[in-house]
Design a protein around this ligand. Structure first.
Ligand code: HMG
Ligand code: MG
Length: 296
């Protein structure tokens, strides 16, 4: 049985832009986010408060946070790796802090420059402080299926990280197929193990679409009762510390699937189309979303 309503978190302004070579002016980001704010989307990950030397494309996170027009029906969240990032993020007026780490030791070190064990106390402090400040907290776990450096990741190590992040106070967990390698049987295997410990309402699936499997994986996740997914307009994106990984599953393609199945999202397809064409023209390249291409 499929759900009647699915909640989409738009991660394009963060995951979508973090790997872009082209320097997109802050003003264009803000205009784009304002378009997304008026599309019916209920959560937008608008930027990252990480070290700008690591992710130069998002060095203007504070300006974006201050300049975008807030729709009171939208939760504006951002990636926060440590307390310094949280300080900047609170200044910029975030509603939600998204902490992140990887289930793979090597990917964790490459992405955030620490061992998994050394990451726990950092994220615990961020989560506790963000909760005290009244913010929503999502805990991302990356490379939940496969790691570009270590190969297959055991579901048990993912479950352990999820439990710890929830114990520290995270409100929900986003499970990242960082390199877009999984197939539905891997999704089933992981969800069966994770759902023993976590209620399905607290699980978000975050699929990159490197091999075109994301839509099949979303379908499988919904059959397991998952109703929260991350996606990116036009399929923009990728993790700079995961070589060869393509963008997130395209919001456009997810909406084509969901609306075609009669599943409500509250999101207006036409406004998503307009926001896609806007960012496509600003970046000067054709975005990979299949349904965007088909819509001409
Ligand atoms: P580090 O270099 O180990 O940090 O970076 P440090 O604590 O040793 O500090 C070094 C310098 O960075 C210092 O400056 C700090 O002040 C500064 P200096 O004294 O040398 O001038 N610094 C900061 N500046 C601004 N904001 C901050 C901050 N923190 C330290 N927050 C750190 C550690 C985690 C910050 C770094 O490794 C980093 O920024 N990594 C980010 C990597 C990243 O953003 N990756 C992509 C996002 S994750 C992803 O895409 C996966 C996901 O989509 C899910 C999935 O697909 O699986 C979420
Ligand atoms: Mg990602």
């Amino acid at each position: 049985k499929l759900p009647s309503f699915v909640q989409i978190k738009e991660v394009g302004p963060r995951d979508g832009l973090q790997n872009e070579k082209k320097d997109l002016p802050t003003e264009d980001k803000v205009t784009w986010i304002d378009m997304l704010s008026n599309s019916g989307i209920k959560e937008i990950e608008f930027s990252s408060f990480v070290n700008p030397k690591w992710i130069p494309a998002l060095a203007d996170a504070r300006e974006v946070g201050k300049q975008m027009k807030r729709n009171p029906d939208v939760r504006y969240s951002a990636l926060v790796p440590n307390q310094k990032g949280l300080e900047f993020a609170l200044e910029a007026g975030i509603d939600g802090a998204s902490v992140f780490m990887s289930a793979s030791e090597t990917h964790n070190r490459k992405n955030i420059n620490k061992s998994i064990n050394d990451t726990f106390p950092v994220l615990k402090a961020v989560i506790e402080e963000a909760k005290q400040a009244g913010k929503y907290v999502t805990g991302y776990v990356s490379t939940v299926f496969d790691c570009p450096y270590e190969g297959r990741i055991e579901p048990e190590s993912v479950v352990e990280i999820c439990e710890r992040l929830l114990e520290y106070g995270a409100d929900d967990i986003s499970l990242g197929d960082t390199i877009g390698s999984s197939v539905p049987s891997q999704v089933e295997n992981l969800l069966e193990k994770v759902m023993v410990q976590l209620p399905k309402e607290k699980i978000i699936m975050h699929f990159h679409d490197t091999r075109g499997m994301a839509i099949a994986n979303i379908m499988t996740s919904m059959q397991y009762g998952i109703t929260h997914f991350d996606s990116s307009i036009g399929g923009l994106g990728g993790c700079p510390y995961a070589p060869g990984a393509a963008g997130n599953v395209a919001t456009n393609d997810v909406l084509y699937l969901l609306h075609g199945l009669g599943i409500e999202t509250g999101i207006n397809d036409k406004k998503i189309q307009e926001a896609s064409l806007f960012i496509q023209s600003k970046l000067g390249k054709v975005l990979p979303s299949r349904s965007l291409l088909a819509s001409g």
